[in-house]
Design a binder for this molecule. Sequence first.
Ligand code: CAA
Length: 380
Amino acid sequence: MLLDEKYNEIRDMVKKFADSEVAPLAMSIDHEGKIPTALIGKLAENGFLGSYIPEEFGGAGLDYQSYALIVEEISRSCASTGVFVSAHTSLGVWPILNFGTQAQKEKYLPKMASGELIGCFCLSEPNAGSDAGSLTTFAEDKGDHWEINGVKNWITNGKEAGLCIVFAKTKKTPDYKGISAFIVETKTPGFSIIKEEDKLGIRGSSTCQLAFDKVKVPKDALLGDLEKGFRVAMATLDGGRIGIASQALGIAQAAFDYAIRYTKERVQFGAPLSNLQGIQFMLADMSNKIAASRLLIYHASHLKDAKLPYSKESAQAKLTASEAAMWITTKAIQLCGGNGYTKEYPVERYFRDAKITEIYEGTSEVQRIVIAAAELKAVD
Ligand code: CAA
């Protein structure tokens, strides 16, 4: 897809950064299960943590298409670092930018752009995953403040976060109707990390279970309208899904690039593997899936930037890109054979990292629900 020249410049700039600062660390980030603090500092210095925060709040003032390119290129080098940027930006920054008051924006966005405050998104709970509306965390109105009690699960950036977007019921309902959104600083007494998950992939990205035990937040911590929190969550996830699709695309591109180089170099039966038509067919299918993912991601980003509806398109982008990433990384291991299965080669990491893109920010099944609902609504 032809992108305006300014996007090519942004891609080149991020690619240069990712190749020199992120890629050399990717294997150790995976082994050690941690993104170095110095790298987080460099992400902030280069404007990647505040990419679409307006300049008046200390950000780079870019659009969503640029943000998608940033996540794609960083994820091409390291998917853990890619999702760190993505969760902070689309799940932490965006709801404040879109639903926050002027005071909330002034208070938090400059610190989020500079990396002083890392954001996370607390929707899921032990018994509320895909059925997000059934969450039970409760925020009680105590007159001059709210008191939040509950447990949140699978929270990306839970360990690094200084700020959480927390979804809690303010009215006891069995469904989504009583949910409100809050901005909670993790330094608030009563907040704690119960555990950090030991995961298959994206091992450098923290995924935590968090406790909110009598967490007292001021009245003005409410984000958006009272009992309209589910809309805040769903609208935020619409954008977040473009971020995860971009992460999946970055992983798929890395696996594909590696497979191309490997099959051109690896000689079997007296010739490079890439001379074999069977191998070429696999590479062609990988190429097509990458192109389809990229087009859907750019299309959804374009709609979002144009302020047009894009829920269905972001679900299509995430579904397509995540399933493509899983397929492509599986084939990349196949193409690299025994070498691909070892930790000496990066393709097994791409394969492990790809799987989560079919799960978080809405499973592939949830994306199909969103897409089908939109299509059924569109026809009388
Ligand atoms: N934007 C704004 N509002 C929306 C919306 C959207 N995209 N989609 C739905 N809504 C609103 C509806 O208008 C409706 O509101 P009203 O009654 O006021 O009109 C309300 O939300 C309920 O809509 P539905 O009846 O469609 O909701 P549902 O309960 O049937 O749920 C669902 C639908 C698609 C399955 C939804 O629950 C869902 O997306 N679940 C998956 C949740 C998810 O993605 N979780 C991941 C959490 S983040 C994460 O992974 C952790 C991390 O840190 C990365």
